[in-house]
Every structure is written in C-alpha cells, then in structure tokens.
Design a protein. Structure first.
Lengths: 166, 117
C-alpha cells in the first residue's frame, strides 16, 4: 500500500472516530463521554469527505455534531442528579455486549462480502446534490418518504412538547 | 479534492491557534500559586453550590425544536439546489413539506414552547 495524503487523512479521521468512541465507552463522567462522542461523530464526517460524499459530510456536521450533540448535552444538563452516576458498567452490560457483537459481525460481513479486495467503482457525478433534490420530489422516486418525513418531524415536535411539559 | 485541502489546512490551523497561547503561557509565565489564586471563580466571583446542577427543562424543548428544523434544512437543501430544474409538481411537493413543518412551528408557538418561563 502506498502512502498518499488521502491515506494519511484517512488514518487521522479513523483515529478521531475510534479514539472518540473509546472515550465514550470508557469515560466515567457522562458529560465528558458526550464530548468524546462529538469527536467520534466529527471523525465520521471526515470519513464521508474521503468517500467523496460531501453532502453527507455536511449533514453529519450539521445534524450530528450540531443538533444531536446539543440534544445529548442538554439531556444530561436537565436530568436530575445524573452526574452522581460514576459507574461505567451496569447490569445490562451482557445484553449490550451481545447486541454490539451482532451489529459488528453483521456490518463486518456486509463490508467483506461486498467490497473485499475491490475498490468502488464509478466516479460520483458532480451534480449529485441536484439529482438528490430532484429524486426527493419525484413521484417515481422518493416523494412519499420525503412527505412522510415532514409528518414524522411534525409528530416528533408535538410528542416532545407534550412529554416535556408534563 | 482541491477545495478540501483548504479545509484540512484550516483544521490544522484551528488546532494550533488555541494551543500556542496556552503553551506559551505555561512556558513564559511566572508560577507563584497560592490558595486564593487557585480558587474556582466565575465572572470574577466565587461560585456558590455545586457545579453539576439540574438545568431548566426549557432548554430541552429549545434543543428539540432546533433539531427538528435542522433536519428540515437537510431535506430542503437538495430541493433548493435542484429548484431551477424542478417541474411544478416538484416545487409544490417541497411547499407541502415546508407547510407541514410550519404547522409544527405554529404548534410550538401556540403551546408557548418558545417562551421563556
């Protein structure tokens, strides 16, 4: 394997992702774990850039590094006495380990089955965001999921307000 | 890949820029600690009570509303980029999407979720 700037960037971003994830699961302070999660999500955005998916990278930063991280941080802030929790292992760990192992095996199998020894494939078209926009509102493509997403967001908003006001 | 080089460069600069004053302060500054200097303060005043207090649940509603409109942006961005190529049907479909989420905003507004209590 030759070392190119792309490979170096990949290893840096992979280190951010894996290091951040390790920080999340090993940290005893829940708030610090949330900050490590931001680091891991940022690394994933970098990996999307290297996969030539700039729109997904922007979405990753906008939604995950931006909104989801804010939501998790604020969830910790508004929960009563949550900082008293210093155990990083509780009695649900065998179940969590099982689910994580199944996820890892499934994803690893898919990657090896699909991409082992071969690199993908056709170049990404330059107007891919325009195509995505057209497909979102095309009757034959993703119109129904697009409109359902708006209803889902409406329901999420109403549900959140009803739950939070109680 | 060209435009990403600048972002990578900015990323590296953004790591260096805050690190330089911190390290320079460590190296150059005199170190004469005493209990008063080492005490925790906030805006020049000594802190009262525990730092890890429970914040008002109001923050949580704001974060949720922000999340929902953030995701709306993600859907609307490709639609807006493709706007000039879209048929009328596609434009109307996008407007239906916006109106549905405007309902969500009106709901949050009328329920007083956007007010600070």
């Amino acid at each position: 394997m030759t070392i190119t700037p792309i490979t170096i960037a990949f290893f840096i971003m992979a280190a951010f992702t894996l290091g951040g994830s390790l920080g999340v699961v090993t940290n005893r302070n829940l708030f610090h774990a949330a900050l490590y999660l931001v680091l891991a999500l940022f690394g994933v955005a970098g990996l999307f850039v290297l996969l030539e998916a700039p729109f997904l990278a922007a979405v990753q930063v906008l939604v995950y590094v931006g909104a989801i991280a804010v939501l998790i941080t604020i969830t910790i802030m508004v929960t009563r006495r949550i900082m008293g929790v210093t155990e990083s292992v509780n009695r649900q760990w065998p179940l969590a380990a099982g689910v994580s192992a199944i996820m890892a095996i499934t994803l690893g199998f898919v990657v090896l089955d699909r991409f082992a020894g071969k690199l993908p494939v056709a170049a990404v078209p330059g107007d891919n965001i325009v195509r995505l926009g057209e497909a979102l509102v095309n009757y034959d493509a993703y119109l129904v999921p697009f409109e359902v997403a708006s209803v889902l967001l409406l329901a999420a908003m109403i549900g959140a307000i009803v739950v939070a006001r109680e | 890949m060209g435009e990403w080089t600048f972002i990578a460069l900015l990323f590296i600069i953004s790591l260096i820029l805050p690190a330089v004053p911190i390290i320079a302060g460590r190296l150059l500054g005199p170190r004469k600690p005493n209990p008063l200097k080492n005490s925790t303060y906030e805006c020049g005043v000594e802190t009262v009570g525990d730092t890890w207090v429970q914040f008002k649940v109001q923050y949580y509603i704001f974060a949720l509303v922000f999340l929902i409109f953030d995701i709306e942006v993600v859907f609307l961005y490709p639609w807006a980029v493709a706007y000039h190529q879209l048929p009328l049907f596609g434009v109307v479909a996008g407007i239906v999407f916006i109106v549905t989420l405007a309902e969500a905003l009106i709901y949050a507004w009328r329920k007083g979720a956007l007010e600070w209590v």
